[in-house]
Design a protein around this ligand. Structure first.
Ligand SMILES: *Cc1c(COP(=O)(O)O)cnc(C)c1O
Length: 400
């Protein structure tokens, strides 16, 4: 039966209602944005067509069932592949789920994965919760990559990097790490949430797989969760097969929101970066601040690599208060800010603040003797207002 067949006059009202609105091909133009297609069932013209589509959907992208994707999620996949310079992309319900499916797709019991010390903190929890009980070994390498080669084992199947790293934005030499890992037969996976495919492009720098939390800058409005995994052609099959096997899919409404957010990604990032640098320079001159972490600052240890491999900086920056600053003063500073929401998951248009517990977030680098670290996400507000807010809250917290 043809799904486009218009309501027939002999059908009852309920049937007519269900058959109506099937978008007849009308004369005229085309909307700018792709339609939002919500679907579980997908109808075919005939058993022959259904058989043919099911036969082809393993290799090709075929609209055959809601869990296999919709025209809306396909549109987002294409946009992310474009952004990442990838062969193809899979969409997952969250950034963390995207990381989990990547580990699940490429690692087997008996394998070893070498993880960066700067990984998004829940990855450590995932390693303990999932890798360890499933017989997959893991260990960490220094965020700058300096001990990565020494950390490779005969059974190392994956090198997992995040560059710039979470919380303090360490840089590693990804092309060098990728060459080293590939020479030893390991796949190179990078969490590219910081770079968003605009400011950092791991696949072009030698990685096989690039993951993003589209929850952050791609969506850009703090109102949707999504993860993306983009790969080279050679790395594609295990990911696609595992995602299909597990029934991994995203809501088309969410895909539509992320796609809409992505249209302004470049413009937003430029503004976030400009504002963050205004705030960073002000913080650098503040006597209560020991260090400002932002790879675009010449004082940052990874600045040269950032200059070589990145294209701009975003709204993220962190500050280390002088060692010995009491926790009560940190709390007063954070609670005293009026323009910074207290919360995680950056990437929206608004400014955020949260404390970064570095000693728990790193196991290779020792942070125990350093001052408290506060992470800021600089939003699209006027940076002069953000600086004034920070100045007042610092004073009120007794930080001078
Ligand atoms: C937020 C974040 C994630 C996880 O994304 P969710 O969508 O919140 O699950 C992964 N990696 C990095 C670097 C992140 O900042």
């Amino acid at each position: 039966m043809n799904p486009e067949f218009p309501p027939a006059p002999q059908w009852n009202p309920q049937t007519r209602l269900l058959r109506a609105g099937k978008a007849p091909a009308y004369a005229g133009g085309t909307a700018v944005n792709p339609p939002l297609v919500r679907a579980s069932t997908v109808l075919f013209d005939s058993t022959a067509q259904q058989r043919e589509m099911r036969g082809r959907r393993g290799d090709e992208r075929i609209f055959s069932y809601g869990a296999r994707g919709t025209p809306t999620s396909f549109a987002l996949e294409d946009a992310v592949s474009e952004l990442e310079g990838a062969y193809r992309t899979r969409l997952l319900p969250t950034g963390l789920a995207a990381i989990g499916m990547t580990l699940l797709s490429y690692l087997r019991p008996g394998d070893h994965v070498l993880l960066t010390d700067s990984a998004y903190q829940p990855v450590r929890h995932m390693a303990r919760q999932f890798l360890q009980p499933y017989g997959i070994e893991y260990s960490f390498f220094a965020a700058d990559g300096s001990d990565a080669e020494a950390g490779m084992r005969p059974n190392t199947r994956m090198l997992y990097a995040e560059c710039p790293g979470s919380l303090v934005y360490e840089m590693c030499d990804l092309p060098a790490l990728a060459a080293m890992a590939h020479a030893r037969g390991a796949l190179v996976v990078v969490d590219n949430t910081w770079g968003s495919g605009v400011q950092y492009r791991p696949l072009a720098l030698g990685a096989d797989v690039s993951i993003m939390a589209a929850t952050k800058y791609l969506s850009g409005h703090s109102d949707v969760m999504m993860g993306t995994v983009a790969t080279t052609q050679a790395a594609w099959a295990p990911l696609a097969e595992r995602c299909d096997a597990f029934g991994m899919a995203v809501s088309p409404d969410d895909a539509w929101l992320v796609l809409r957010g992505m249209r302004s990604l470049g413009a937003r990032l430029q503004m976030h970066g400009q504002h963050a640098l205004v705030v960073a320079r002000w913080l650098q001159a503040h006597p209560a601040v020991a260090t400002v972490f932002c790879p675009a600052l010449p004082s940052h240890p990874g600045h040269a690599l950032w200059q070589r491999d990145c294209h701009g900086t975003n709204g993220l920056l962190s500050l280390e208060l002088r060692p010995g600053t009491p926790q009560a003063a940190v709390d007063r500073l954070i609670d005293g800010l009026q323009l910074f929401g207290i919360g995680a998951s950056w990437g929206g248009y608004e400014s955020l603040v949260t404390q970064a517990h570095m000693a728990e977030a790193r196991s290779v680098t020792d942070w125990s003797r350093r001052g408290p670290v506060v992470r800021l996400h600089i939003g699209l507000e006027d940076p002069a207002d953000l600086v004034a807010d920070l100045a007042r809250a610092m004073d009120q917290a007794g930080l001078a």
